[in-house]
Design a protein around this ligand. Sequence first.
Ligand SMILES: *Cc1c(COP(=O)(O)O)cnc(C)c1O
Length: 363
Amino acid sequence: MSSSFYSPVLAQLVPYLPGEQPKIERLVKLNTNENPYPPSPRVVAAITQAAQQGLQLYPDPESSALRQAIATQLGLAEQHVFVGNGSDEVLAHAFFAFFQQSHPLLMPDISYSFYQVYCRLYGISAQTVPLREGLRLAVADYGLAPGQSVAGVVVANPNAPTGIGLPLADIEQLLQLHPTSVVLVDEAYVDFGGQSAVPLIARYPNLLVVHTLSKSRSLAGLRIGYACGQTHLIEALTRVKNSFNSYPLDRLAIAGGVAALDDTAYFERTRQQVMSSREGLVLALEDLGFEVLPSQANFVFARHPLFDAATLAAGLRSHGVLVRHFKQPRIEQYLRISVGTPQQCDALLQALAQLLMPGGAPQ
Ligand SMILES: *Cc1c(COP(=O)(O)O)cnc(C)c1O
């Protein structure tokens, strides 16, 4: 749709397409990488308490209590932490603050598709670097040719939607290849087995690490994300935020976020459960003939050599199981499947077993 009221920039926008949030319940929802477990009970208690006092007042514009809780957890100081309304908002502010330059931003050709959306929103040119064989990222491909300049680099680690993680040494090499640009490492899935770059922050003024409470803390519905980096980067993000919305996190989110971060035992238990279900899911998918990429995330990326992925996704949906399929070159034969509870994984595997039987699905 277009209209003569639209600005030229608006006419150019191609928005991000989120995975389906079905209106019908009972579906086995393995399509948007939410945590299959509810948040810690302490989160609900903290939100209930916060709702009973002070909702007529604006929240703390600095979200100090939450930033302090995050900093404590990571061994940083509060001034090294920026929080936003989901990590998507944090990413958007970072793109605006650091990558709106005359040079292109480097990113893998297969990665979180929101990066390209922000590029169009802010007029940033994206230069994609193809992943290699097996959808693996090779840091050597990110070096600069003589005379070449870039606005920065953005990678997801573990990558989405492949689930493949990079070792810390690779991230360090990326930081050294681009000492004068911001290297943004989106660690949305790091708590499911990845290696975090947070310990490198003290040594690299160009490193910005972004995390979310949506996945490993089961809080996709509360919208909390954050960035960690040296003070000059955090101040830049704060300047953008205070030019956009002084109160991106409401009182309930701040209270719930602090409670989630405090309940370390619950966090450890649920993330271990997800990782252990993932290992079982990978083996069972391989038994069904799928090729599964090595995942360090709460999802797996898999393809079947004999069955079309779009057809399988549609077949699964008719069995009440939602998975994500991307109609995108190089990955259109893959399915991205979030790791559910053991019961949800069983439901997926049973539906797949039926679809893969002779006559089970058109090929
Ligand atoms: C889920 C996800 C996000 C967004 O998380 P929110 O905090 O819910 O906005 C960011 N990056 C990647 C790679 C993700 O998968």
